[in-house]
Design a protein around this ligand. Sequence first.
Ligand code: PLP
Length: 495
Amino acid sequence: MSKSPGGVLLHRLGVDRGSTVPIYRQLDVALRKLILEGALRPAQKLPSSRELALELGVSRITVKSVYEQLVAEGYVEARTGAGTFVSRGLAEDASPNLRPPRRQAKPPGDEISDHAKIISSSKASVRHGKIEPFRPGVPALDLFPLRIWNRYLSDALTSSERQNLSYGHVSGSAALRAAISRHLADARSMEADPSQIVITSGGQQAFAMIAFVLLNQGDTVWYENPGHIAGRDLMRIMGARVAPVPIDCEGLDLDHAIKRHPKPAVIFTTPSHQQPLGTTMSLVRRLALLNYAQENNAWIIEDDYDSEFRYRGRPLPALSALDTERRVLYVGTFSKSMFASMRLGYIVVPPGLVDTFAKARNLLGQSSSTVVENAMACFMDDGRFVEHIRKMRRAYRDRRDSLYECLKQDCADHFDLRPTDAGMHLLAWLKGGVDDQAAHRALLEAGIESLPLSVYAAEPIGQQALVLGFSGVSEKRIPTLVNRMSEALDKLEHA
Ligand SMILES: Cc1ncc(COP(=O)(O)O)c(C=O)c1O
């Protein structure tokens, strides 16, 4: 074992000249490690910078600057005329709390918070990496008018007053709230004053904010089953008891919920286009739900995530448009109508809650960007948003038709299909008792990304289906992909 003239063990202080890590950094990291592990003990003398530089074949300036850095951070002490020593303050008996934590025999697990356990068990898809075709909820990124959007973004960034570089209004950009208010009046028959609109960084942040403001620990939340996964898990994490409510042909089954579950503080629903089954809530059910909420002091979250995309007739007005007693919190997102990475959505809150929600937005971190908010306001004011939706509606209708026809032709042995008049996905019901998770895995191996219906369910629903997003796949590619899908499912069934 080599020892320096100063008596310090140097065998762990090698320098790798082939490494991309600078020599200064290698030496710095190695010395810290020796000190923290106790190989260099408190008060122990380090070799002089000259000795160490010679020993390692590096410049003395390099060693000196590493020592200076370690002195500045309290790892070592320089004593004039005597040399450099490991700090005495690092001795365990001098200050036990300064010792680095010893490695635990077992990894942390049992002692983590209840929140952390629920978060870890969430089935909401963790989206990293490549988007494979037919992933549900992905808009036509290939058709997005990037160059035009870039102009709006650039104008918002370079606006002469530079106001957009600041935090902005506590509820979000006034211009965007006004534009959304006009859009909701035109497209959703809603009367929402701009002051009632709170900008969020998407639907999911809107749900988090609503739960943060309106839920007490242990409150019941009626939640559609099957239903939007990330929203459901979030409600649980926020301390709610989530009560799954089945969907019948008119939407959320209110009678079932009244009979089986305690009174809710919040009811979560997707009335325009039930996620994922696609049912549109009937007018009778909408009125019954609103009456129930009014009589029982319950809040309703109306998640209106993809109502822009209806391919027959005009979109039905929002549930919120019928809400005279202000029990509905309407949530909108631009993730589907524009693109998800812009992270922009909003809540229309009842007038009495405006101030509380603005403060909640502040406390939770104003996570939408003022630049993007104002770019979007101008995009809407110039009619670009409506124009884009119109184009996407036509493109999605064609993509839906193409997927439906190809599936009917190539996958008739595997799927039962029902036509869909809205949204960005269709349901392919699996025949012959094939498990939807197994089918999902088989398709994933073939480079196709569906979602199994069972992951949307908190309670089993007794049917097996795959959710296939058509909006993100160009018509040209659909026949080949469906062919591949058929081959993968053939293989699965004959395995
Ligand atoms: C039904 C539904 N609601 C809300 C959202 C929220 O999306 P975001 O947070 O991107 O606005 C999604 C996203 O996939 C969704 O599928």
